[in-house]
Design a protein around this ligand. Structure first.
Ligand code: BDR
Ligand code: CA
Length: 319
């Protein structure tokens, strides 16, 4: 196998964020080197604490940097707590982390890491894009130092999940998304169009629970509130694996239907604020700025996700 993709994850854990971290640690194609926390599903105190606690629980000695506590311009919302539980981690009760975040703010940490090794590190973003937009604005060489950026966010042909039009991560900081999308960084976008096809069902969680492993119990507990939300508001038992699907861009790109388009976000402040749109007909004459996943072999991805978590559990001596 070729050498693993060296990766830094910007995240707002977050139930499905936790599963994205787990999937990364369970995937030999990826070397997760650092985590930067951002506001989003819950406040920055909790997302930072959750990132540290998840990594400790999974025995991963990886630095965490605390990032921005609010969007660039708009007021933050607290939609996330009703979806991810008050702590951000559903019903999971992880011990208080023993480790502390690194001494640098996440924006400075990102700048330092990417400028130290230009074009060597891949960046994943599965929360609002505030930290990354600020890194771009603060350090003009940041954008060109990023090898690739994979973003969970947006709803292109799909409807939104926080407004009829907009997806949470982009809606939470649309101005940051606009900066990132127009930065010149090579981007792969994983929007709701694809993630809503990757549904983790209660029967899938039962399969993991047969191992009796604490990791399987964590998956059940962290997703409990998320699944209850989906059942109540979206009408199906189970939940979408939004953030974990980003990992497919590295471990199973053949499952994604990717198209190159110019994509931007509405920052006008009206009813469609935070809506991501693709210039399918090329009317703007702007060159494509990203690859966007408009479809996915959803069940195949969920099976791959389960396989990887099972292997992780076995490698840890469980099941
Ligand atoms: C995104 O919003 C968050 O609630 C999830 O963690 C995911 O990153 C899905 O819209
Ligand atoms: Ca997230």
């Amino acid at each position: 196998m070729s050498s693993p993709t060296r990766l830094i994850l910007d995240t707002d854990p977050g139930a499905d964020d936790a599963l994205a971290i787990l999937l990364m640690l369970a995937s030999p194609e990826i070397q997760l080197e650092a985590v930067t926390a951002v506001h989003g599903n819950v406040g920055i105190e909790k997302t930072t604490r959750n990132a540290l606690a998840i990594l400790e629980f999974l025995n991963a000695d990886i630095p965490v940097a605390r990032g921005c506590s609010r969007p660039l311009i708009k007021s933050p919302h607290n939609w996330g707590e009703s979806v991810h539980g008050a702590s951000g981690l559903g019903q999971a009760k992880l011990p208080e982390p023993k480790t502390e975040p690194v001494g640098l703010h996440a924006v400075d940490y990102l700048i330092q890491r990417f400028l130290a090794e230009p074009k060597e590190l891949t960046l994943f973003a599965v929360g609002p894009l505030t930290n990354i937009a600020l890194a771009i604005r603060k350090e003009p060489k940041f954008a060109e130092a990023v090898k690739e950026l994979v973003v969970m966010g947006g709803a292109i042909r799909s409807g939104g999940n926080v407004t009829p039009l907009a997806e949470f991560n982009i809606h939470e900081d649309p101005h940051a998304a606009h900066i990132v999308f127009n930065s010149g960084i090579p981007i792969t976008l994983i929007p709701l169009d694809a993630t809503y096809k990757c549904l983790l069902a209660p029967a899938d969680v039962e399969r993991l629970l047969k191992t009796g492993s604490p990791v399987a119990h964590f998956v059940r507990d962290v997703m409990a509130d998320y699944m209850a939300f989906y059942s109540k508001y979206e009408g199906f038992a189970g939940c979408a694996l939004h953030d974990p699907l980003t990992v497919a861009a590295i471990i199973a790109p053949e499952l994604l239907h990717l198209e190159e388009h110019y994509v931007d976000v509405d920052v006008s402040g009206g009813v469609s604020t935070g809506k991501t749109y693709a210039d399918f007909m090329k009317v703007s004459k702007k060159p494509a700025n990203m690859k966007v996943a408009l479809d996915v072999k959803g069940r195949e991805f969920v099976e791959l996700f389960l396989e990887r978590i099972m292997s992780f559990i076995h490698a840890q001596g469980g099941g």
